[in-house]
Design a protein around this ligand. Structure first.
Ligand code: NAD
Length: 247
């Protein structure tokens, strides 16, 4: 098992690398021997082999990221489209700005990055892409209409790309977490006037495994999906929910 999880000699691009789940992914990839290019709005605090800061809402930035990572690292074997934003509310609560932000970061940027990464990987004989969807992309929850829709979109795109590019040796899969203890979740509690620690503990009691996920719980599944241990897994949506399905 050690050998199939070994990523020595592999090059990886991670978006949202400064975030809760992103930081854990970067650390695990590097621990497994991969060289990592990190992308986020601010990347100074991260240890990595290449730094590609920028705003994923800028189409030209997203378009050139895979090429820039390949140039900086000498190749591109792994792409993790992990960056994401959450906007809350029903459709009638949703502003034009919420719509553009959600579609831009959660759907358009990974589309652009995959579109640019696939030919690079195909030329090199293959690779692995993991997109971060959500349980809410599989079964929507209340009062997050546009967020759920964007996660359903990236889930569907993952399934389509998984089928379309398998013949090029590229495996494209998605993880679908339920609640994860990251700044995204905690800032939502703060905005609604709840103490994040108390809210996370209370939420944990609703999960059959007794706690919500920590970033490492998600990053380990992503590590499986980029490694040879998942060599026959392609176009799948892997739900990581502690036994708590979205109702
Ligand atoms: P996070 O807020 O800690 O990290 C998200 C990262 O994305 C941040 O570092 C942020 O700077 C980056 N990002 C956002 N907009 C960007 C932009 N325009 N340009 C460049 N970078 C940008 O959140 P997280 O919980 O670690 O989320 C990671 C992924 O997991 C997201 O796709 C999220 O939707 C998904 N997810 C999270 C949860 C959860 O409960 N936390 C549940 C399901 C899915």
């Amino acid at each position: 098992m050690d050998d199939v999880m070994n990523l020595k000699g592999k090059s990886a691009l991670v978006t949202g690398a400064a975030g809760g789940i992103g930081a854990s992914i970067v650390q695990r990839l590097r621990n497994a021997g991969a060289r990592v290019a990190v992308a986020d709005r601010a990347v100074d605090a991260i240890e990595a082999e290449a730094y590609l800061p920028g705003d994923l809402l800028v189409p030209e930035y997203a378009d050139q990221l895979p090429g820039a990572a390949a140039s900086a690292l000498g190749g591109l074997d792994i792409v993790i489209n992990n960056a994401g934003v959450i906007t809350r509310g029903s459709v009638t609560d949703t502003t034009d700005a919420d719509w553009s932000l959600s579609l831009g970061v959660n759907v358009e940027a990974p589309f652009r990055i995959c579109r640019a990464a696939i030919p690079i990987m195909a030329d090199a004989g293959g690779g692995a892409i993991v997109n971060t969807a959500s349980c809410w992309g599989l079964r929507p929850g209340p009062n997050h209409a546009v967020y759920c829709m964007t996660k359903a979109a990236i889930a569907s795109l993952t399934q389509c790309m998984g089928m379309d590019h398998a013949h090029q040796g590229i495996r494209i899969n998605a993880v679908c977490p339920n609640e994860v203890n990251t700044p995204m979740l905690r800032s939502g509690f703060e905005k609604r006037g709840f103490d994040p620690d108390t809210a996370v503990a209370e939420l944990g009691r609703t999960v059959p495994l007794g706690r919500i996920a920590e970033p490492d719980d998600i990053a380990d599944v992503i590590m499986f999906l980029v490694s040879d241990a998942s060599r026959y897994v392609c176009g799948t949506l892997v739900e990581v929910n502690g036994g708590k399905p979205v109702s």
